[in-house]
Ligand binder design. Structure first.
Ligand code: FAD
Length: 450
């Protein structure tokens, strides 16, 4: 089952002999970091095992939202939205970004009370969100009939097009002298005298003194081969794209069961807010104690199961050398099978509540794996100081289902750390060594669960 159709990026013809920074992973985080670095005058190569944006960054809902964020991410998200707003003009490209507003409807009084708290959080950042009555909320979506008590509306939340954004940014990197190498898995990082001297890819070697691992769900495996521990798991999520809906609403709506947002092609991206299935893997057991606090918070939203993912992971090599074929070459694009029954059930709920959608067909279903860390916020960090960490080796990963919107700011912060600039926001919450220095790991600080 192929994933959503991506805007193509032409690979550069040959690998550069030497660059300042190699970026491992051409998702939104890798390309945004690369853009920042080339604009600062550095020579950069992006190595992507599949195509630019082929995994999480093209399979997501496309939300760029400030509301319902972990409070530790808020300063970075405010910076991210500022960057998204100017991005198309900056790159002379099309990411599809629009500040369309999101309406978070509330099925219960308790949910509405939680939104009041969120309104206060947003006010701290001068964001003009407001609470709506039931009628005011539903008036934005002509004919929609939901049993709700009211809603929180944030006009500063928005959307971008996941199949366009990373490719458009990658092309801007190339236009500024950076290079892009697809079907080019990085196998290992080489060192000389304790310092990074280059990377070995399946297409050859690139000399460099700095490397960013922005490998999405693969980051744990890649770092593990270097002896660096990253407590990262993955969870599958299915998405449905509808056929075009004439005169459909511009705004995005979230209900307790579903989320719905307009796409550039006139269709809608339908997402499920119902409990998801989590397939256990050997890492689920290895990382059980690290994820226990998250599990305690989230157990109502997760159905644990065991399936082929367990055996696949068991068969995956965890150690290799520069001459070995790696798991990254074996799985060019992680393209899990969608779960049609679950997503169709959600679409049926939408059709019953929203006459506009009653006769709308399904254009495509796809699934993606989301990479998750125990405290549900990313790592954007040097590795120096952690066991087997290296000077010059950086990580930006573990965006835990929120990284598309955060990608622009994450790229800026990662570039600040790589170039030793004053960081755009305090990077402390995102440090890698929080998992090994005895810090208390707290999931979802300030986020109200719904
Ligand atoms: C269904 C779904 C819905 C989501 N909805 C939203 C949303 O609405 N809003 C939001 O903000 N976020 C959302 N997310 C999360 C968001 O998509 C991710 O957090 C974000 O895309 C992560 O970007 P990334 O660059 O870190 O990872 P990825 O996009 O996964 O990119 C990592 C890349 O690294 C490559 N790679 C890995 N190892 C190697 C190697 N050794 N050599 C070369 N290449 C390598 C991979 O092929 C991959 O392309 C959603 C995710 C999913 C799956």
């Amino acid at each position: 089952m192929p994933g959503p159709k991506l805007d193509p990026v032409a690979s550069d013809l040959s690998l550069p002999g030497a660059v300042d920074v190699v970026i491992i992973g051409g998702g939104i985080v890798g390309v945004c970091t690369a853009l920042e670095l080339v604009e600062r005058g550095l020579k950069v190569a992006i190595c992507e095992k599949g195509e630019i944006g082929c995994e999480q960054s093209s399979r997501n809902w496309g939300w760029v939202r400030l509301t319902h964020r972990d409070l530790r991410e808020m300063p970075l998200m405010v910076e991210s939205v500022r960057l998204w707003k100017g991005l198309d003009a900056r790159i002379e490209g099309d990411t599809g970004y629009r500040q369309c507003g999101v309406t978070f409807t509330c099925a219960t009084d308790a949910a509405l009370a939680e939104e009041r708290i969120w309104l206060e959080h947003l006010k701290d950042y001068q964001i003009p969100a407001k609470l709506l009555t039931r009628d005011e909320a539903l008036a934005q979506f002509d004919g929609l009939d939901l049993d709700i008590k009211g809603a929180l509306y944030n006009p500063h939340d928005g959307r971008a097009e996941p199949q366009k954004a990373a490719p458009a940014i990658a092309r801007a990197v190339q236009a500024r002298g950076g290079t892009v190498h697809q079907n080019c898995a990085v196998r290992v990082v080489e060192t000389d005298g304790g310092k990074i001297s280059g990377v070995v890819t399946e297409q050859g070697r690139i000399a460099c003194s700095k490397v960013l691992v922005a490998g999405g769900v693969w980051s744990r495996l890649f770092l593990g081969n270097l002896g660096i521990e990253l407590p990262q798991l993955r969870t599958k999520s299915t998405v449905l794209a509808t056929e075009p809906v004439p005169n459909g609403p511009e705004g995005t709506v979230k209900f307790k069961d579903f989320a719905l947002r307009k796409r550039r092609d006139g269709g809608y991206t339908v997402a499920s807010a119902l409990p998801s299935k989590y397939q256990l893997t050997p890492d689920s057991f290895r990382l059980f104690s690290a994820f226990l606090p998250t599990l305690k918070n989230e157990w109502r939203n997760i159905n644990l199961g065991i399936g082929p993912a367990f055996l696949d992971a068991l068969r995956t090599r965890r150690h290799w050398g520069p001459k070995d074929r790696t798991p990254f070459e074996d799985t060019r694009v992680l393209d899990p099978a969608p779960d049609p029954a679950a997503i169709d059930k959600v679409f049926d709920i939408i059709k019953a509540a929203y006459p506009l959608f009653r006769n709308v067909g399904v254009a495509q279903r796809w699934a993606g794996y989301i990479d998750v860390l125990p405290d549900i916020i990313p790592v954007i960090s040097p590795t120096e100081g952690v066991k087997n960490g290296l000077p010059g080796l950086f990580v930006a990963t573990g965006f835990s289902g929120h990284g598309f919107g955060l990608g622009t700011g994450a790229g800026r912060l990662a570039a600040d750390l790589i170039t030793d600039h004053p960081p755009v926001v305090d990077p402390t919450p995102f440090r890698l060594h929080r998992f090994s220095d005895g810090s208390k790991i707290t999931p979802l600080s300030g986020v109200t669960s719904r």
